[in-house]
Every structure is written in C-alpha cells, then in structure tokens.
Design a protein around this ligand. Structure first.
Ligand code: NI
Length: 261
C-alpha cells in the first residue's frame, strides 16, 4: 500500500473525471492521500474533498507564492479550519526564492506566522522550500519547532543532511524519475527510508513516462519504483516505510476501506 503525502485534488483539472482518478489510485494500491492547501479558497475546497472520502486527509496553509494575497485575519481562518479532525497538517508553507511571486520579506513573515500556528496547534508542517534553505532553517530555529516534512525535495545532499539533523522528513516527487535529475537521485540514495516520504504534488510534476501531462495519485508508484531501484531495495520496502512514515508523522488512521462517494 502506498501513500501520496502531497496532492492538490481540489484543482479544476480533476472536475471532469475525479471518480476515475480515485479508482486508478485504488487499483494502484495508493491507500492514503494527504491533500494540501495553498490559499484559503483551496484549503476550504480541499477540506471538502477530504471530508467526502475516508482515506483522503487535508492540510491547511498559505503557499509562499500567495503570501502577499491573504486577508488580515488569515491565521484565524486557518485556525478555524484546522479544528476539523480531517486536517492533519499546516501547509504548504515556506519560502520560494526561485519564483519569488511574493516579496521575500512577506514570505518570511507569513512563514514564521504559520510555523508558530503549527506549533500552537501541535500539527506537523508540509514545507515548500526552493532556493531558500538557510532562511527556512533560520525561521525554524527561531521558533524552535521541527515537526514535518520538506516536500518535493530538490536540494543538495548537504541541505538534506541539515533537514534530517533538524528532525524533519524528506519527501520526493516525480522529479526523481526525470533523466536529468542525476544529482537528486544521489540525494535519494543518501536519505534513509526511515525518514522518507513520497508524493505526486498532483496535478503538477507527473513522473516519467507521463512527464508534462496531468499528474494523479496513482503515479506515486512510479516514483516509488525509481526510488526502489536507486536504493536497491524492494518496491514493497519503499511502500511500507513511506506509508508508515506518513501515518506516523501526520497521525493518519488505518484500517478503513475505500468508499466510493
Ligand atoms: Ni504542492
């Protein structure tokens, strides 16, 4: 059984065939999905999806791209949403200096506020960090809260080492299947399975051989297969560890059967 620890299933691109997407996930043995919020509107939609299916859970948070577009009471709104038992994390939150869609100082402020919220609510974080590791580490150290995962990791081995030393998990996406991802593939070999999660980041970043198309949770198996071959372990081993890690980190329940809506 596999767990997709980071997907955005509330996106419009799933509206036409969502039941088919879920059916394919079930067939591929993707048992559990954590749906990740990016804006208040997306958080609300994602939570609706999670409430409709026993094996879909939700996180709420403001993505660094959208850090400059929040209302003044956004923390209260996130806090209210997080009271729902289906909400298992705060995210995705973090810093993105590659695209820099929001000014850095605003990103830093929003990230710190949301790390403090996660700490207050005792929820783990799904962290988005691109070209901003030192500032991410500075804020996490300043708040002194270290529960969570660095999602869709694309950093160096040295950055992975620091992430692990702080106690975080590292999640790999379909990017590890891309031919040119040789440096990242070395990082996969370095990160122990005991600290690893897998994800699709669907609808984005479809793994090979679907690169460039819409991604979906069933494809997380392709990333798991690549990781198994890189680490020279069984696919079952990757499935087992990454699922146990996700269940442990996000406190996901076990033993429920999939139910069609
Ligand atoms: Ni994402």
């Amino acid at each position: 059984m596999f767990t997709d620890s980071h997907a955005h299933l509330e996106w419009e691109s799933y509206e036409a065939d969502f039941s088919e997407v879920l059916r394919r996930a079930k067939e591929a043995q993707v048992e559990t999905i954590l749906n990740i919020g990016t804006t208040l509107e997306h958080c609300k939609k994602g939570l609706e999806v999670a409430q409709s299916y026993p094996h879909i859970f939700a996180s709420v948070g403001i993505h660094p791209h959208d850090a400059n577009k929040v209302p003044t009471d956004y923390l209260d709104q996130l806090k209210a949403l997080a009271q729902n038992p289906k909400v298992k994390a705060i995210g995705e939150i973090g810093l993105d200096y590659y695209y820099e869609h929001s000014p850095r100082e605003i990103q830093l402020q929003r990230f710190e506020e949301q790390v403090r919220l996660a700490q207050k609510l005792n929820l783990p974080m799904s962290i988005h960090c691109r070209d901003a590791f030192q500032d991410c580490f500075n804020i996490l150290n300043k708040v002194s809260y270290f529960q969570g995962v660095f999602h869709c990791f694309t950093g160096t081995q040295e950055e992975a080492k620091k992430v692990l030393e702080l106690g975080f998990y590292i999640s790999f996406s379909g990017i590890v299947t891309f031919k040119k991802s040789t440096a990242l593939q070395e990082v996969v070999k370095y990160v122990p399975l005991e600290k690893m999660l897998i994800e699709t980041d669907a609808p984005f970043l479809a793994p090979e051989p679907h690169r460039g198309k819409r991604n979906e949770p069933a494809f997380v198996v392709l990333t798991a297969q690549k990781i198994a071959s890189l680490k020279k372990v069984s696919l079952e081993g990757v499935a087992h560890h990454t699922t146990q890690n996700a269940k442990c980190l996000f406190n996901l329940q076990e033993g429920q059967e999939w139910k069609e809506k």
